[in-house]
Design a protein around this ligand. Structure first.
Ligand code: CP3
Length: 383
């Protein structure tokens, strides 16, 4: 499907494409004029932004973390066009199409930039590979020379394809759909850079904290500064909201929480807000409800992204003036049926009178049936 930049006539799949043969059909293309571009869209008609401004909506807006991914046949077809996953992320026409696929198929209120948190280490000059069935593999950082050997001054230049992707997506979004940009939180990104892979408890990073604290702090600082520039460039390219993924909160030792997680994320949020006061920010904290609470108490961001492990009756009373997002266990989406309906209803009931964005508490699993995603969206829309 040809996508055009925001200078040309825009092509938009406004209705869900036929999935009979797992292909997007030309008949589903709607042609919109230039007047539909981002610049002329009243952002207040985006339900996600209404909620992030503090107004509860019934039904709540809905999108799903990892909504672009292997559970979609059209994603698998697109993915096959790129040699490596990083090539895919850094090819603007392919990444723009992957970003749009879920909003073309489902009635969703947000699209999220198709990319990965590990484009930052890649742009810094670390070797990053995504090995099938194994996950990310990086050349691990083991000493200070590795850090001084990184190339922070070229990061924004090397990430130009990400910004081009956003510029290709914006004119092709239905007006009500908010566009999310994102980055990984410094602790989460650092854990990959130090370990060179996913680790269950981030032992290599924690070990570094006890053997070479200055090295750890200089890495956290570097990622924090780059993330500020990276998110601001995403916003300047069309992102309405930016989400900061602290996926590895579970293994932040208490003595490191403030210096390695809370303060760096606060610094990112504050710097982004200062330069772009209208843009919304959402820290997503996974794995430690107490740390989620700390972010809520300090009111870091416009909403807190809540994982599926955090009980809503624990966290919501502690964030009376702040919006929330997430919490549905992705395993309920995999299970479908009554379990999914019950889990969705529980969240809908608990969040009914507050500004909440319906979402999962972590990403969609690749084995998730599409019919379960449809079931969930229908249930939320009818609430
Ligand atoms: O739809 C979306 O949510 C946008 C795209 C997105 C991806 N990764 C695409 C992706 C986003 C927001 C991410 C964030 C990300 N990446 C996180 C934070 C969120 C979380 O999951 O906790 C983390 C920790 C990563 C690192 C990462 N990237 C891992 C561990 C893996 C391998 C796991 C897997 O599912 O294979 C990836 C690869 C990845 N990132 C895939 C996708 C769609 C799958 C690779 C493929 O399609 O070949």
């Amino acid at each position: 499907m040809p996508l055009v930049d925001d200078s040309g006539t825009t092509l938009l799949h406004h209705n869900p494409p036929s999935t009979k043969n797992n292909k997007i059909e030309e008949s589903n293309l709607f042609i919109f004029s230039d007047t539909m571009t981002m610049n002329t869209v009243d952002t207040h008609h985006k339900p996600v932004l209404t909620v992030l401004n503090g107004t509860p909506l019934t039904p709540p807006p809905i999108w799903m973390m990892r909504q672009a991914g292997r559970y979609l046949p059209e994603y698998r077809t697109l993915r096959a066009k790129a040699k490596t996953f990083l090539d895919f992320c850094l090819d603007p026409p392919l990444a723009a199409e992957a970003t749009l696929q879920p909003v073309q198929r489902f009635d969703l209120d947000a699209a999220i930039l198709f990319s990965d948190i590990l484009v930052i280490p890649h742009a810094l000059g670390q070797t990053v590979d995504f090995v099938e069935h194994e996950g990310p593999k990086l050349s691990p950082i083991t000493d200070g020379d590795h850090i001084t050997g990184l190339a922070p001054h070229h990061v924004i230049e090397r990430l130009q394809p990400v910004f081009a992707t956003l510029r290709m997506v914006t004119p092709n979004l239905p007006p009500k759909v908010a566009l999310f940009g994102f980055c990984g939180a410094p602790w989460t990104v650092a854990s990959y850079m130090i370990a060179g892979k996913s680790t269950p408890d981030q032992a290599p990073l924690r070990h570094l904290a006890y053997t070479n604290r200055p090295l750890l702090l200089s890495l956290i600082d570097l990622i924090t500064e780059i993330s500020i520039e990276y998110l601001c460039a995403q916003i300047e390219s069309g992102a309405d909201v930016v989400q900061i993924f602290e996926s590895f909160s579970a293994a932040v030792p208490p003595e490191l929480f403030a210096i390695c997680s809370l303060n760096p994320i606060k610094r990112i949020v504050d710097a982004v807000k200062q330069r772009h006061p209208d843009t919304k920010t959402i820290p997503y904290i996974r794995g430690n409800p107490y740390y989620t609470l700390r972010f809520a108490e300090e009111r870091i961001g416009d909403a807190i992204g809540i994982d599926w492990m955090t009980p809503l009756d624990f966290i919501l009373p502690k964030m009376p003036r702040m919006a929330s997002q997430g919490n549905l266990d992705p395993l309920t989406l995999l299970a479908g049926g009554q379990a999914l309906d019950d889990a969705a209803d529980r969240i809908l009931t608990q969040t009914r009178t507050r500004p909440h964005i319906f979402n999962l508490g972590h990403g969609i699993l690749p084995q998730t049936p599409i019919s379960h995603v449809e079931q969930l969206i229908t249930r939320v829309r009818r609430s």
